[in-house]
Each structure stands twice: as structure tokens, then as C-alpha cells.
Design a protein around this ligand. Structure first.
Ligand code: MRU
Length: 358
């Protein structure tokens, strides 16, 4: 069966549907090589998510949406067989990364679409799911552009901004969240330069954010993670903006390990610390940060660098992929619905169109 996507090839996206398959810009190879990984079944998509070939909460959600398409398209029988395969694939993809709630969010939306068409033929369901995955992709870019606009309005001209990990184009379907805010503020002449920290252990800052900044032509300097305190003490950082993998109902925000350290330092030095994320990253079913599951990854990522052992043989390492920044360290959460401020329970409820009594 040949199915074509209606997605435009620009703006730049690390995720594309081409020739009946999902193509992902392989982020494990950047910046040395710009190679695309072709996925023809959901097992390959799950493997790409696990090894971080595709990464960043919104990008994982969009990749998983296409994974559902790849899962149902080989089913021959409608009805129970199709439903069983859908559930199997959804579970496989949903189990790849526990902290990024956009993954579960996308899979739940996919299930709603699937259930509305459960009686249709596999070919018809595949077409409907592909159109939905394309719409999700396009929606993510639009949402990020809105986040960028709202975030830029918070910046005064000439600011020096620090960001952690990569919450840019590569971490989304396009444009990025935290990097989208920086880009939007840069385009309106407000950003003097950006501090990009390396983000150990997998160096998403050094490899990916630096690659993006260079492409965007935004002046930046790469620093080690441990430089952040000294930079702030010297008065060289005016704003921090980071992304998030999951935001609890009270505003506590999980993001790449090291974010909490940056937030504590920002608080100590009076630097406003912002989180930029779509509403799909807000998990209202999780009341506070302690209830957010934190992914623990292979200790080899800490003991080894690019496949070369740097720690002594036989030692143990502990590799938490994320940490949680408590809401009282967050100056504002920048979403497509606007800039949310404390008390977050109320502002989050309002962003979802509800009123919450204080
Ligand atoms: O482990 P990663 O690289 O997927 O972690 C990514 C982050 O922590 C990002 O900051 C977060 O997902 C937001 S992406 C817009």
C-alpha cells in the first residue's frame, strides 16, 4: 500500500514521512553527520526513541504518532486483529521513555482517532492515522511558534540567555520551545548572546543546541555544566530558559538532569528562570513533581564517552536522565496559551479553560 503525507518540507523538521516510511534525523550522529534513519515498522521507531536518535518530549510524541501508522498498515484483517495490533504497538511505543509525557499524550490522542474508525478497513484506518499524525506534526510547529512569541515578549533588549540541554527544533516537530523563545527574541533584537551548557552525559547542549545556534546565526558560547554558577556570579547571565518533559499540576517541572542545579543557581543570583513548553507537556493527573517518574538510563552513558571508557573498570554509576525543578524556582511557564505565573495550580487550570478556586 502506498500512502502519502500532506506535510510540507519546510520549516526544517527532524521528523518526516517520505516514501511510505518515517525518516528521523539521527541525533546520535550530530553534529558530525546529518543522516536520516528510515523506520518501516514501529519496532524501529521504538528503538530510535530509546537510543535518542529522536529525542525531546514533543518530537518523541510526534514520532510515536507515525509509529502507530506503521503498526496498523501491515494488518490485513479489520476488527479484533487491528485493535490488538494497535494496542500492542501503543504499549511498545509508550514504554520507551517514561518521563516525557508528550509520548503518552500523543498515543492517547491516537487511540481516540483509532476508536472513532475502529470498524473501518486497515487501509482506511492507516490513511486516517497518517492524516492525524501529519496534523499533530503541523500543530506542534504552530504551538512552538506561539510559545516563541509569548516568550520573546518577556525579554528586555540585550539579554544574555542561558539554556540547558536541547529544547530546539531537534527536540520538536520544528521551531523548538526554549530555543524557539530565544530565536523569536533574537529576531526582535532582544538577545545579545546565548550561553549553551554542554549537558552531560550525552551532550545535547554541545552537540545539538550548538548545532542549532550555528544554523540560526545566533551568537553563543559553549560552557561546561559546572561553569553556570561562576557565570552567574560574574553577572553574565540575565535569563534562563529551558524546556520540560513533564510539568505537574502544581507547576513542578521535570527536565534534563542538571536543570534543577541551574534553577537553584539562578535563584541564588536573582536570574529569572523560565520553562517553555506546550500544554501537552502539562500532566494535570500528576499532582506534584515527586510523582513524576524519572527515567534511569544505562550507567554506561556516564562511564563512557562516545563508546570509550573514561571511568575505571568495575565501578558503579547512577544515571538519572531528568530532575525536577520545584515550581517556586520558576519565574513563569511559557505556553502557547500565554505566560503562566504562580500560583500555577490556578494559572494552569485557566490555561486549560477551567477555573480553579484558590
Ligand atoms: O533525554 P532528552 O534529550 O530527550 O531530553 C530532552 C530534554 O530534556 C528537553 O529539554 C525536553 O524534552 C524539552 S524538548 C522541547
Amino acid at each position: 500500500m502506498s500512502i502519502s503525507s500532506s506535510l510540507p518540507s519546510s520549516p526544517f523538521s527532524p521528523i518526516r514521512w517520505r516514501d511510505d516510511r518515517l525518516e528521523l534525523l539521527d541525533q546520535t550522529r550530530l553534529p558530525e553527520m546529518e543522516t536520516w534513519l528510515a523506520c518501516t515498522d514501529p519496532e524501529e521507531v521504538a528503538a530510535a526513541i530509546r537510543c535518542l536518535a529522536v529525542r525531546g518530549a514533543p518530537a518523541i510524541g510526534v514520532a510515536a504518532a507515525y509509529g502507530l501508522v506503521l503498526g496498523v498498515r501491515t494488518v490485513e484483517e479489520p476488527g479484533a486483529a487491528l485493535a490488538a495490533r494497535f494496542s500492542e504497538v501503543s504499549e511498545l511505543l509508550g514504554g520507551t521513555r517514561p518521563t516525557a509525557v508528550n509520548l503518552r499524550w500523543a498515543l492517547d490522542r491516537g487511540r481516540e482517532v483509532f476508536e472513532r474508525h475502529a470498524g473501518a478497513s486497515p487501509a482506511q484506518v492507516t490513511r486516517v492515522l497518517l492524516a492525524w499524525a501529519d496534523a499533530l506534526h503541523a500543530e506542534d510547529v504552530r504551538v512552538n511558534q506561539k510559545i516563541g512569541e509569548h516568550g520573546a515578549a518577556l525579554f528586555a533588549p540585550g539579554v544574555r540567555v542561558l539554556t540547558h540541554c536541547n529544547a530546539g527544533t531537534l527536540a520538536t516537530a520544528g521551531y523548538g520551545t526554549a530555543v524557539g523563545v530565544i530565536q523569536s527574541a533574537w529576531e526582535t533584537g532582544k538577545v545579545a548572546m546565548v550561553w549553551v551548557d554542554e549537558t552531560r552525559p550525552l551532550l545535547q547542549g554541545a552537540r545539538l543546541t550548538a548545532w542549532e545556534m550555528q544554523r540560526l546565526g545566533i551568537p553563543f558560547k559553549l560552557v561546561t555544566d559546572s561553569s553556570v554558577g561562576a557565570l552567574m556570579k560574574r553577572g553574565l547571565v540575565d535569563r534562563v530558559v529551558v524546556g520540560a518533559d513533564r510539568i505537574a499540576a502544581n507547576g513542578d517541572a521535570a527536565n534534563k538532569i542538571g536543570t534543577y542545579t541551574v534553577a537553584v543557581l539562578a535563584h541564588r543570583h536573582g536570574v529569572p528562570f523560565y520553562v517553555a513548553a506546550p500544554l501537552s507537556t502539562i500532566d494535570r493527573a500528576t499532582p506534584h513533581g515527586d510523582a513524576i517518574p524519572i527515567e534511569e538510563r544505562n550507567p554506561d552513558e556516564v562511564t563512557d564517552v562516545f563508546g570509550r571508557r573514561i571511568a575505571p573498570a568495575g565501578i558503579e554509576a547512577f544515571n538519572m536522565a531528568f530532575d525536577v525543578t520545584p515550581h517556586d524556582l520558576i519565574a513563569a511557564i511559557i505556553t502557547e496559551a500565554g505566560v503562566l505565573e504562580a500560583p500555577y495550580e490556578q494559572s494552569i487550570a485557566a490555561a486549560f479553560g477551567e477555573e480553579k478556586k484558590g
